[in-house]
Ligand binder design. Structure first.
Ligand code: THU
Length: 146
């Protein structure tokens, strides 16, 4: 599975977008460590708030199927489905990636010509992650600021 192949799957997923309000269509293709690819499109809602991004649809579908190891995700988007520039994941989606992925998880953006690769640590530095909730992160019990 080349980066181009993954981007092509994201482009196909984008055609399924339900985006009657923003008219901005997004597609994502998530490569799991076992080679399986999960795709997603954005799904909007008249109440706006319930809208979900393409990346989260892909992640949550994969997690629903028991996937826990992820390698990279390709993301494409454009008004009316016309890809003219790079689309990068929103902050909420980056935080969802943080939940399941290591620092070197790759995020591929495709503008119709070029694939641009970034890592999760580049896109979300100094993040709050599951390790922050582990007991070993706690400081002295009697003086929490020590
Ligand atoms: N959107 C995504 O699906 N992924 C992103 O990373 C950015 C934004 C969607 C949400 C909404 O349906 C539309 O794009 C405009 O914000």
């Amino acid at each position: 599975m080349t980066d181009r192949d993954l981007a092509a799957l994201a482009c196909h997923a984008m055609t399924k977008a339900y985006a009657p309000y923003s008219r901005f269509q997004v597609g994502a293709a998530l490569l799991c460590a076992d080679g399986t690819v999960y795709t997603g499109c954005n799904i909007e809602n008249a109440a706006y708030g319930p809208t979900v991004c393409a990346e989260r649809v892909a992640f949550f579908s994969a997690v629903r199927d028991g996937e826990r190891e992820f390698v990279k995700i390709a993301v494409v988007g454009g008004l009316e489905g016309k890809i003219v520039s790079f689309t990068h994941p929103c902050g909420v989606c980056r935080q969802v990636m943080r939940e399941f992925c290591r620092d070197d998880f790759e995020i591929l953006a495709f503008d119709g010509k070029t694939v641009r690769s970034s890592t999760l640590i580049e896109m979300l530095p100094d993040s709050f992650s599951p390790s922050d909730l582990s007991p070993s992160q706690s400081t002295k019990e009697d003086d929490p600021c020590a």
